[in-house]
Design a protein around this ligand. Structure first.
Ligand code: XMP
Length: 510
């Protein structure tokens, strides 16, 4: 399989670079800059190497470096930002922090005619973020681009296949960044760009089949996309040596627990233990109304249940997790031993000892994980599942959580989702759900006065869930939902629609 090596010098965009390479259907592998020798690179047969950016200055003692022999392997190298400076430095050029020459943000760029810039106009916009710059090029290198403050915004020794960009081609603000990467991958490295999600699946299965041979593997299945995809992938690799524990806290959406069980047990024939912990969670939550307390109780109880189940299974060497790249950033980048402290899993306790951790999705972004899920044959209801908080419906029930109130919300929520799902896919909001408030109001049902609960419908359009707009759902949909909820769910006498953006509100109510 054709591969590009992304040598990580600690930059914040290392994963994004790998992702951009994969978008060109070339597989990219990230390794720490000092974690691979030139010989290993040669033997692996990488088609090209990308040096990432990084926060250091190359002339600082202790700044990250790689084996200089990497530049003499005859494999094309693209240095980006710090990576560009390092290339110049290792080849005998000069790098300095020219005062007043730092650039940050969108910057006009003038490019020369060369293989890396084929199809790039002479003037375009690039994204700069640097203090240091290359002030003298090494022998054999030519400047290929400049900005107002940076004479050597791009340079290369084309004969040796060494290219360097002071700016960031991987971020979308660099107008022709995509084209530049394509030129590097296709023309300069000669990649055939035939890597697909299927190839990732195949390669991962082979890798884990070898690495985990004869070992027992334990995975906490939450019903979410990530752990589901990790489970199916590892199941293909180790079969019945994988045991999945699905802690059913009873706070999932209507029928979701059954969906998870059916999909994994029946469709995939997995070794799945569904722990019915509904009573237990409700008991712990009794009388608790404060949102943070609810989250904490659920997180802790989850761990306790999981731990008890693990104990029953005897000694297991490997803990598998559905950690994806955004979680890696959240829980301490780069340290492969960090156990996911993500709120979904609650952070597994240190006293559970595993000699190995397997995280097959660690380098992927969410949309890539979904593609892998589809390639593995996981049903769309699970792969395209909306985000769902780890503490589940407990944080969508304002006030106390009781079995009756959970049921009320599940029923109302199911109606809302069912009606919205009648819309064509591209007209559906990015997230939509119901919230049960602790507000009662007067209504009339038939001839009788009803004093029932108020349900809120929440639907948002968003790119990244950091900011969100309330969705302009058609009135006809809202009308149908409202009529059905008040008609079909006894105990609910009023339905309201949340028209608050994020910020100032959050998506969830608690
Ligand atoms: P907020 O409410 O912070 O939510 O605007 C942003 C997005 O995150 C989801 N969310 C969670 N996801 N565990 C998760 O995995 C959680 O505890 C959690 N809390 C909120 C929320 O549904 C929305 O998509």
């Amino acid at each position: 399989m054709e591969k590009i090596l992304v040598l990580d010098f600690g930059g914040q965009y290392s994963q994004l670079i790998a992702r951009r390479v994969r978008e060109h259907q070339v597989y990219a592998e990230i390794r720490p800059c000092d974690g691979i020798t030139a010989r290993e690179i040669k033997e692996t047969g990488y088609k090209g190497i990308i040096f990432t950016g990084g926060p250091n200055s190359v002339y600082e003692s202790g700044s990250p470096k790689c084996d200089p022999a990497v530049l003499a392997l005859g494999i094309p190298v693209l240095g980006i930002c710090y990576g560009a400076q390092l290339m110049a430095y290792l080849c005998g050029g000069e790098v300095s922090a020219a005062s007043g020459a730092s650039e940050y943000g969108r910057t006009p760029l003038m490019t020369a005619d060369c293989r890396l810039f084929a199809g790039v106009p002479e003037e375009s916009i690039c994204w700069m973020s640097h203090t240091d710059q290359v002030t003298r090029l090494p022998e054999g290198f030519l400047a290929l681009a400049r900005t107002e403050k940076c004479e050597n915004a791009a340079f290369a020794d084309e004969g040796r296949g060494l290219y360097a960009l002071q700016f960031h081609p991987e971020v979308t603000h660099t107008e022709y960044g995509r084209q530049m990467l394509e030129n590097f991958l296709l023309d300069i490295c000669g990649c055939s760009c035939d890597w697909q999600t299927d190839s990732f699946v195949k390669a991962s299965i082979e890798k884990y089949r070898k690495e985990l041979a004869g070992k027992r593997v334990l995975l906490a299945l939450s019903g979410g996309v990530d752990s589901a995809v990790a489970a199916v992938l590892l199941h293909r690799a180790v079969g019945q040596n994988l045991t999945c524990v699905f802690v059913d806290h009873g706070l999932l959406r209507k029928n979701e627990g059954d969906l998870v069980e059916t999909a994994f047990k029946e469709k995939f024939g997995m070794n799945l233990i569904r722990v019915d912990a509904r009573e237990r969670f409700l008991r712990k939550l009794q009388g608790v109304t404060e949102p943070e307390r609810k989250r904490k109780i659920i997180g802790e109880e989850f761990i306790r249940v999981f731990e008890e189940e693990a104990k029953k299974l005897g000694s297991i060497e490997v803990l598998a997790q559905g950690t994806i790249y955004p979680d890696v950033i959240e829980s301490g980048k780069g340290d492969s031993a960090v156990i996911k402290s993500h709120h979904n899993v609650g952070g597994l306790p240190e006293r559970m000892s595993f000699s190995e951790i397997a995280e097959p999705l660690r380098e992927l972004f969410k949309d890539e994980v979904r593609k892998v899920g589809t390639a593995l044959g996981i049903p769309d209801e699970l792969v395209y599942r909306q985000p769902f908080p780890g503490p589940g419906l407990a944080v969508r029930i304002i006030g106390a959580v009781t079995a009756e109130r959970v049921k009320l919300l599940q029923d109302a929520d199911a109606i809302f989702r069912e009606e919205v799902d009648r819309l064509p896919v591209d007209e559906r909001p990015d997230q939509y759900f119901a919230v049960l408030t602790d507000l009662k109001s007067v209504g009339v049902k038939g001839d009788a006065r009803a004093y029932g609960s108020t349900v809120v419908l929440r639907a948002v359009d968003t790119e990244d869930f950091m900011t969100a707009q309330w969705s302009r759902l058609p009135f006809s949909v809202l009308e149908e939902v409202s009529g059905r909820i008040t008609g079909e769910v006894p105990g609910i006498s009023r339905v309201v629609y949340d028209i608050t953006a994020k910020p100032p509100a959050t998506v969830e109510w608690e």
